[in-house]
Write a protein that binds this ligand. Structure first.
Ligand code: GDP
Length: 334
């Protein structure tokens, strides 16, 4: 067994497709220990040139819409086509334990035992920003390990969707027909980040309702200002239960990739995402350094108390903290 405590060996094993190495690296990415983070950063740095090979799909939809069922069917269809599929989740609302990994296994019964698939539940620690950062790094590890389809699932409709839109190439929004009032319960924000919409559960007695709901959404999308002249958001009908429409759904995903590669938007979006992630990594790193300063707890507590009581301005205390860290103030800040 290779020595997975050495960043070079870990990176090499992971590139060779070792599952043990992938799991180990993901554990490091999700750890809060400083030595683990340092090791994770070293591994990610080595792997950076070998990432980016996957199509990155965000999957959103309210609970009950059929995400797990669809992922199981869609993921299995993709592995049968010869792809390697990773399914990651971003769910900052629930603190998941070992037990819910089992939960995910039953949620995606076929995919979780598929040798060409990797199903990973949401990291449980911390804020949305922290969970999103860990998921993004896990996505990069999966790419380096040879997964060429990465699906990042969110479990609701809210800020997590926006965080996920910022790490993927396209957002797939799953909906179900809901008695004519299709837009109820859906925040406009999620429609604005959706690149493809799939009306799910189009099977059995539900087919007509799903088709009607899809055309209603199509009209609604016509009212929203299009984000891009090159892409009109397609609305397809699918059934995760029967697999109906999943091939056509993949066709739309592939067409999205072709169109945006062709016009340069694909690479541009990724480059912008990487730069945004640099800045949010910097924010997180500064925060960690501030909090880990040896003689700091009392100083920070005093600053926090002064802000809590309203005696001092948060912005001024923040500047004091940075001074204390030795970061010189520039003459003219950007
Ligand atoms: P999630 O909460 O979005 O992951 O949804 P699930 O995949 O757990 O599905 C929620 C419920 O809808 C379950 O009872 C499923 O059996 C049912 N369901 C999921 N997909 C379909 C589908 O394509 N057609 C029908 N008729 N039912 C479905």
């Amino acid at each position: 067994m290779a020595d997975l405590t050495d960043p070079d060996t870990l990176a090499t094993s992971l590139l060779g497709g070792s599952r043990a190495a992938l799991s180990k690296a993901i554990t490091l990415v999700e750890s809060t220990r400083a030595d683990h983070r340092a090791m994770a950063a070293a591994v990610l740095d080595r792997l950076a040139p070998r990432t980016g090979g996957a199509i990155r799909i965000g999957l959103s939809g309210v609970p009950g819409v059929g995400k797990s069922t669809l992922l199981d069917a869609f993921g299995s269809m993709m592995t049968a086509k010869g792809h390697k599929v990773a399914v990651l989740a971003v769910d900052p609302s629930s603190v998941r334990s070992g037990g819910s990994i089992l939960g995910d296994k039953t949620r995606m019964a076929r995919l979780s035992v598929d040798r060409n698939a990797y199903v990973r539940p949401s990291p449980s620690s911390g804020t949305l920003g922290g969970v999103a950062a860990q998921t993004r790094e896990t996505m990069l590890l999966c790419e380096a390990a040879g997964f060429d389809v990465v699906i990042v699932e969110t479990m609701g409709v809210g800020q997590a969707e926006v965080a996920v839109a910022d790490m993927v190439d396209l957002v797939l929004l799953l909906m179900i027909p809901g008695g004519g009032d299709e837009l109820q319960g859906i925040k406009k924000g999620i429609l604005e980040v959706a690149d493809i919409i799939a009306m799910n559960k189009a099977d059995g007695a539900n087919v007509e309702a799903a088709k009607a709901a899809a055309s209603e959404i199509r009209s609604a999308m016509n009212i929203l200002a299009p984000r891009s002249a090159a892409w009109r958001v397609p609305v397809v009908t699918v059934s995760g239960a029967t697999g109906g429409g999943l091939d056509a759904l993949w066709g739309e995903i592939d067409r999205f990739r072709e169109v945006h590669r062709e016009n340069g938007a694909w690479d541009e979006r990724r480059a912008e995402q990487r730069v945004r992630w640099l800045w949010s990594s910097l924010d997180a790193a500064i925060r960690r350094r501030v909090l880990s300063g040896a003689d700091w707890p009392t100083e920070i507590a005093a600053g926090e108390a002064a802000v809590r009581s309203g005696g001092r301005a948060p912005s001024a205390v923040a500047e004091d903290i940075l001074d204390h860290l030795g970061l010189r103030r520039g003459e003219a800040e950007p």
